[in-house]
Design a protein around this ligand. Structure first.
Ligand code: FAD
Length: 385
């Protein structure tokens, strides 16, 4: 949007807007702070009734219910961004070579587990999140689903996809060396851009605090897991039980309350973990469909478990070594399919000319950069050759 052009027309009386400086990682949109001073609206412009709201909080949440559609839509962008990041890092890694000390010949860095591992994890994340998105959208669109449940599902999807995409894109950036840091190579830029989506339509952590509190108080229940004994479903049940104890303190002087300091200290900092655990079980259930590659679902499951290793070691009988070897085995099983999955995504249509993807594209990009050199020195060297 060209905000400067938009605001060159006179604004209505009482409205002023302040153009903010550009946000790193975001080139598509301008942002502005707009204020309204005694601006009168017609009754038809209001989202709901002026009076008779009864439960004001509930009425407000219902009036802004379209926010959750935005939250869902903005979260979906994480999926193509992860696919693009995986494609870029994969293509770069395939072309980048180092000398193999054993053979003294150039070898592609894609051959290193430290390179293909994070790429496969990102691919697995994109595949499972795509399946989870279809599942959440399916429930969201069902007629008669209560608004509270819709908002809960959007929060779960947003929390599940937001933080892990950040982690994957950060890993992929790191695996591209200095090239990864630059906006023209896109991965770091996409990561920063997506940070905005995690805040827009409600900061994801604050949404998780509200949801965790409502669920632990039993204000409503979520659809049950179809794989109740899977490790991810057990993790969700375990966290619900552990965090729920902070609503029922042992001391008789402490009233059970989600507004107690005990709850704030012990539960709110773990609200995101709880909501993500719920999201992982939904996503895992959604990915049991036979059309989804089992190899990548296994990688994704192993990654989720490693991420919460402490819980699985303490409560589910796994050792640290077992959690790591599960992931290694899953990554090795998925490796033969990596190239085919990335090729089928067709990302080169949009990102094929990014400098990171080939030496030719990078040389072409570098050729157009301003270059400074000492002319006489160059002439001298030229005459020596
Ligand atoms: C890309 C983008 C587009 C946006 N577009 C629009 C738009 O079109 N229209 C519009 O009106 N707004 C828009 N916003 C604003 C957006 O709705 C707010 O940024 C968002 O709701 C969070 O509010 P805040 O930024 O004021 O953060 P704050 O409310 O100041 O929160 C900052 C931090 O404080 C802490 N915090 C806040 N509240 C709590 C709490 N209850 N419990 C515990 N911790 C808390 C959290 O750590 C939180 O991350 C946009 C924002 C972004 C990033």
């Amino acid at each position: 949007m060209d905000l400067m052009r938009a605001i060159s027309r006179p604004l209505c009386r009482g409205i002023s807007t302040m153009l903010l400086p550009q946000r790193p990682g975001n080139r598509a949109l301008d942002h502005a702070i707009t204020t309204f001073n005694h601006v009168r609206l017609d009754r038809v412009d209001l989202l709901g009734e002026l009076d008779g709201a009864g439960d004001k909080r509930r009425s407000f949440l219902s009036q802004i219910h379209r926010v959750s559609v935005g939250g869902l839509a903005l979260s979906l962008v994480n999926i193509p961004a992860t696919k693009a990041g995986a494609y870029l890092c994969y293509t770069f890694s395939k072309g980048r070579t180092v000398i193999n000390p054993k053979t003294a010949k150039p070898t592609s860095i894609l051959a290193f587990p430290t390179q293909y591992g994070p790429i496969i994890s990102a691919v697995a994340h994109a595949i499972v999140m795509e399946s989870a998105a279809r599942f959440f959208i399916g429930i969201y669109q069902k007629k008669g689903v209560p608004e509270m449940l819709r908002q809960a599902l959007v929060c779960i999807f947003k929390a599940t996809i937001t933080y892990s995409t950040q982690r994957h894109l950060s890993d992929l950036t790191d695996r591209c060396g200095w090239r990864g840091l630059f906006a023209h190579n896109k991965i770091a830029e996409m990561q920063l851009g997506l940070k905005g989506n995690s805040i827009a339509e409600g900061d994801v952590m604050v949404l998780c605090i509200r949801l965790a509190s409502e669920l632990l108080q039993g204000k409503y229940t979520l659809p049950p897991s179809s794989t109740r004994t899977s490790p991810l479903a057990r993790h969700e049940q375990g966290l619900m039980a552990t965090l729920g104890t902070h609503l029922n303190p042992n001391s008789s002087s402490d009233a059970p309350s989600h507004r107690s300091s005990l709850f704030a200290q012990n539960v709110t900092p773990r609200a995101v973990d709880l909501v993500q655990a719920i999201g992982h079980r939904f996503a895992y259930d959604s990915a049991q469909d036979s059309s989804i590659s089992r190899e990548f679902v296994d990688v994704w499951e192993a990654d989720c478990m490693l991420h919460a290793a402490g819980w699985y070691i303490e409560h589910a009988g796994f050792t640290n070594a077992e959690l790591h070897s599960r992931r290694v085995a899953a990554i090795e099983r998925a490796l033969p399919y990596l190239e085919g999955v990335i090729r089928d995504w067709g990302m080169e249509k949009w990102f094929g000319d990014i400098p990171l993807t080939s030496r030719a594209a990078e040389e072409e990009f570098l050729r157009r950069l301003p270059t400074f050199e000492r002319r006489e020195l160059r002439n001298e060297i030229g005459s020596m050759l």
